[in-house]
Design a protein. Structure first.
Length: 209
């Protein structure tokens, strides 16, 4: 038998979700300065009092939105992994998806928070541990999708270089559409990465035989 509290709990979860999504949309479209509790509440169709019941401060709201944003992207990445091709095409598909993440609205929203945190010690203290967590998980996900052996130091650096490249291409895309040049870079780097990973795998295999 359903608990009488479940509908209320469901409504609470739905309200929280609307607030988090409205926060991300506001950050990506309007920037840090315009993403206030009042603006987010209005976008989400939630009263300010109800918003502050879930997130007492603006910092609480934005920090929770960052975590939700990252968790959502990693959940999508996990589902996408089953459709990745085999062979060299897999490497390019993985690199392309990483770059797409860093050029999408979620990254643009996160970039607004990172920029603000650079000048706000309290926000920086909140964001730094999250950024370290995000970096570790993103690295592990890339390694898993590439099928690479991250125990090898050179392989570890190659994967990290791929993530750094993706982030840099995301930054280049903030002010103008950089898609044509970006596609060329993705193809070129994917070829280098695939060849390098194969060499590392062959070297590792020869050591263990």
């Amino acid at each position: 038998m359903a608990s009488p509290r479940e509908p209320k709990q469901d409504r609470s979860r739905a309200t929280r979700l609307r607030l988090l999504e409205a926060t991300i949309d506001s950050l990506a479209e309007q920037g840090w300065g315009s993403t206030t509790v009042a603006v987010v509440a209005e976008r989400a169709g939630v009263s300010r009092g109800a918003t502050q019941h879930h997130f007492p401060t603006r910092e609480d709201l934005i920090t929770a939105a960052l975590e939700y944003m990252f968790d959502t992207r990693m959940e999508h990445a996990g589902r996408e992994s089953v459709a990745l091709p085999i062979g060299p095409a897999r490497t390019e598909a993985v690199v392309d998806r990483l770059v797409n993440y860093y050029t999408g609205p979620l990254f643009k929203a996160a970039l607004q928070v990172w920029t603000a945190a650079a000048a706000d010690p309290e926000m920086r203290a909140r964001v730094l541990p999250l950024e370290e967590k995000f970096g570790r998980v993103a690295h592990r996900t890339a390694v898993a999708h590439l099928g690479a052996d991250d125990r090898d130091p050179q392989t570890h650096r190659l994967v990290q270089a791929t993530l750094d490249l993706a982030r840099g291409l995301g930054l280049a895309d903030v002010l103008s559409d950089d898609s044509r040049r970006r596609a060329e870079i993705v193809r070129a780097w994917s070829g280098v990465l695939d060849a390098s990973l194969r060499i590392r795998q062959d070297d590792t295999a020869s050591v263990h035989t």
